[in-house]
Ligand binder design. Structure first.
Ligand SMILES: NC(=O)c1ccc[n+]([C@@H]2O[C@H](COP(=O)([O-])OP(=O)(O)OC[C@H]3O[C@@H](n4cnc5c(N)ncnc54)[C@H](O)[C@@H]3O)[C@@H](O)[C@H]2O)c1
Length: 155
């Protein structure tokens, strides 16, 4: 068994370039991956490539806290917990002078990367709380990591 054997990774933007590259690497080390994103065709293609034993997908918009919570529930129900979270989903918006930047695009970029729409708090802190909640209630097994800040260590 590889060094991540038995670990479960939740990867947002899992159908994208970095998401799939990460999933391939984790699966090569025997982790299970849950690909989460908004492009179902890409998610399905990712699972087909990685193999249904190693990967599954959930369609969810990370700017929508309820969808993220539902995706976490699906992942926990399938695997019994989460060990690794890669909060990777993102959009570039548009390149434009600040004074001309479209408000709707700016709001969407913030909603996807920083906060949920229509309320205080934010997508990332809210997701963090959901993961902590699952862990405190026995849903998570070991720890969760933000891989863009702190790479997962070998056990
Ligand atoms: N590639 C780069 O050079 C680069 C540089 C800096 C930052 N980043 C960031 O790294 C991350 C991954 O980049 P990438 O190059 O793989 O991009 P990508 O476009 O290939 O992948 C991003 C994925 O996120 C998904 N996504 C977008 N909005 C979403 C939402 N609301 N909910 C769920 N999924 C959503 C998309 O469907 C896509 O599959 C992004 O957050 C990006 O902003 C990338």
């Amino acid at each position: 068994m590889g060094p991540l054997g038995g670990r479960v990774a939740f990867i947002t933007g899992g159908e994208g370039s970095i998401g799939m590259a990460t999933a391939r690497r984790l699966v090569a080390d025997d982790a299970k991956v849950v690909l989460v994103g908004i492009e179902e065709e890409g998610l399905r293609a990712g699972v087909a490539e990685l193999g249904a034993d190693a990967a599954c997908h959930v369609v969810a918009d990370v700017a929508d806290a309820a969808q993220v919570a539902a995706a976490v529930r699906v992942a926990v129900a399938r695997h019994g917990g989460l060990d690794i979270v890669f909060s990777n989903a993102g959009i570039s918006g548009v390149i434009a002078p600040v004074a001309e930047y479209p408000d709707d695009v700016f709001d969407r970029v913030l909603a996807v990367h920083v906060r949920r729409r229509g309320g205080p708090g934010g997508a990332i802190p809210r997701r963090g709380r959901q993961f902590v909640h699952h862990r405190q209630h026995g849903g998570g097994r070991r720890r969760h990591e933000h891989l863009t800040r702190r790479p997962a260590r070998s056990p």
